[in-house]
Design a protein around this ligand. Structure first.
Ligand code: ZN
Length: 316
């Protein structure tokens, strides 16, 4: 017997044992979420019995994200699929539709909330403002639909009720922290100026006027007229600080700071907010809780609120 057939024979003999192993330990189901903010909710409800992956990585803008062939393969291979919807993933509609047509559990998380509770926007006549995660109390209301979607798996994760309760508790603690540390900011200074229009749900929850240089999506460039109007607003309201965003280029924000300086006033950069993408995976800011703690804390500190320097958990 030559060595090739010896190996082949050994492999054939090993085959029943390999099949036996596979039957004894079925692969863990895999959920795929488009953004980290969604993946954290799914992971919270499902617990450790399921693998939950994120498709769109740190610092990548979901409005502009185009899936590669490998991304499409991951989407079609996942046992359950979670995406935001309301056109956040603007360049993925076809592949998300294809995946949903496979019949596997799939959920557009933001679209599980009744339309009347969502914010309409002139940029998107056929969809609502997709940036729901900016209001943790509203984001918490997507949890039952996530659990119902996971329940459709052939082997659903166990103890999902406990996971849901714990995740909802975390979201409500964030909401309460925001209310507390933003409370001292006077009404005239409750203006949040950012690069693109991702913070309207935050503004609605905490009575902030939200002004962005770009619109709801990051696809359109800001106009000079828009920058001029915003310089006027900042000067009139004597706003101390504005913010950049981690997933959006900061050219336009810097143009605003220069425009205000040309009018003889100093405008600080309050810091970089996480809007449509979380921080580095494995770090505190790479979790939904850390991302929101960071945002709330720097907004509070830049505009005169009472947030401690290191945030609600002392981890910033
Ligand atoms: Zn956005």
């Amino acid at each position: 017997m030559n060595s090739y057939s010896a190996i082949a024979r050994r492999n054939l003999l090993a085959l029943p044992a390999l099949i036996g192993t596979a039957q004894a330990q079925p692969a863990r189901p895999t959920a795929l979420a488009t953004t980290g903010m969604i993946a954290d909710l799914v992971r919270g409800v499902a617990g450790p019995g399921m693998t939950t992956d994120t498709l769109i990585g740190e610092g990548v803008d979901p409005h502009l994200f185009r899936p590669t062939r490998n991304d499409i393969a991951r989407i079609l291979r996942a046992d359950a699929l979670f995406f935001n919807g309301h056109r956040l993933e603007g360049r993925m509609n076809d592949v998300l539709d294809r995946a949903a047509a496979q019949g596997k559990p799939a959920l557009a998380v933001a679209e599980s909330i009744p339309r009347a509770r969502l914010r309409q926007h002139d940029d998107y006549p056929d969809a609502a403002d997709p940036h729901l995660w900016m209001d943790p109390a509203l984001w918490a209301d997507t949890l039952p639909a996530i659990m119902a979607t996971l329940a459709r798996l052939p082997q659903p994760p166990r103890q999902m009720e406990a996971g849901l309760a714990e995740t909802r508790g975390m979201l409500h603690r964030l909401d309460a922290y925001a209310r507390d540390v933003l409370a001292p900011i006077p009404a005239e200074r409750r203006v949040l100026v950012t690069a693109h229009d991702a913070f309207a749900y935050f503004g609605r929850r905490h009575e902030f006027q939200v002004e962005s240089i770009q619109g709801l999506s990051t696809e359109a460039e800001a106009s000079l007229a828009r920058i001029e109007a915003m310089v006027n607003l900042i000067v009139e309201r004597r706003l101390p600080a504005i913010f950049t965003e981690s997933s959006v280029p900061d050219r336009a924000v810097r143009a605003l700071i220069e425009g205000v300086a040309a009018r003889g006033r100093q405008l600080a950069l309050g810091g970089t907010l996480f809007s449509d993408s979380m921080g580095r995976p494995g770090t505190y800011r790479g979790s939904y809780q850390g991302m929101m703690d960071h945002n709330i804390t720097i907004i509070s500190r830049a505009l005169g609120g009472s947030a401690p320097e290191r945030g609600m958990n002392g981890r910033l």
